[in-house]
Design a protein. Structure first.
Length: 299
């Protein structure tokens, strides 16, 4: 059960600790959708149920569900389980810059002829939006879950972006090789889990190795987007050469671990001092509220 007062003080303490980096976590950014952090979860779920019914058309297609967003450019995607109100939170983060989980707010500035490396692409809604809206020219989507990988490919075809979206059935981490992956349906269920001996063994790649082997050169106009369910920092470590030499833009989730926000900020400031950093929002669905999304850009 959520404890509103405890959540308030945890968030306040966290925000205050991060003030040692001026301009990183502004009050307005910390307060984005803060009512969801402190109010009982039932209020957010009721609002999410109404919004999902209002904005989404959902139809069952075989063993998946097709979700259309007719009022939002006709975007659509495929989902592996019967949709519930929580699905709205995933959709909402792509529809409005007022959501702290929105990846493409300033300082990120994408270019129509640029490239995005989408690590943890899941259902693909971010990739579809970026391509359909002309924010970027191409996306490489990394998704190790076999179930989500197939739905991602179907969504690319349905959105008419399959020619500009490369889907890689790979995990991304701090080293290239193999990792144990716990595959389960849902936005946050599949994850790298070395301790789970029953996990599926999947290929894993460092972004430094991936780009070098394919002759893919990034620039400060390109973006590495990361939502890797706890492996986020490992993804960055595996892209250290890219970050140091090319300074691509970054949008990385920081809510999977209590220490990630501060640790990633310290690491990025050391590896690429030219970055301008912005931290946004607090998670409302984790046991403790944690800073949600960190963005970095030299533009």
């Amino acid at each position: 059960m959520k404890h509103p007062l405890a959540n308030f003080f945890v968030a306040l303490r966290t925000w205050n600790a991060l003030r040692r980096w001026p301009g990183l976590f502004r009050w307005g950014d910390a307060a984005m959708q803060f009512h969801r952090v402190v109010l009982p979860a039932r209020f957010a779920h009721r609002a999410a149920a109404r919004a999902l019914a209002q904005h989404a058309q959902i139809t069952a297609e075989g063993d998946s569900w097709r979700v259309r967003l007719p009022g939002h450019g006709g975007l659509e995607f495929f989902w592996p389980t019967p949709p519930d109100p929580n699905l709205w939170f995933l959709i909402e983060q792509e529809l409005t810059p007022r959501n702290p989980h929105h990846y493409t707010t300033p300082p990120v500035q994408l270019a129509p002829d640029g490239c995005v490396l989408d690590v943890g692409a899941c259902e693909g809604l971010f990739a579809f939006r970026a391509l359909r809206q002309g924010l970027t020219g191409r996306v490489v989507a990394f998704e190790p879950s076999p179930a989500m990988h197939g739905l991602l490919q179907r969504g690319a075809t349905a959105n008419g972006v399959a020619d500009r979206l490369r889907v890689e059935p790979l995990a991304v981490g701090a080293y290239s090789g193999t990792v144990r992956f716990t595959a389960a349906p849902g936005a946050e269920a599949g994850r790298i889990d070395a301790a789970n001996a029953a996990g599926q063994e999947v290929p894993c790649v460092r972004l430094d190795d991936y780009c070098h082997e394919r002759g893919l050169s990034l620039t400060p106009r390109d973006l590495i987007k990361i939502d890797a369910e706890g492996a986020d920092f490992d993804v960055l470590r595996g892209a250290e050469d890219l970050i140091r030499t090319a300074a691509p833009q970054i949008a990385v989730t920081t809510y999977h671990c209590d220490t990630h926000a501060a640790a990633i900020v310290e690491w990025l400031r050391r590896v690429q001092p030219k970055y301008r950093l912005r931290l946004k929002g607090f998670s409302f669905w984790t046991p403790r509220p944690r800073p949600l999304l960190l963005q970095a850009s030299t533009l």
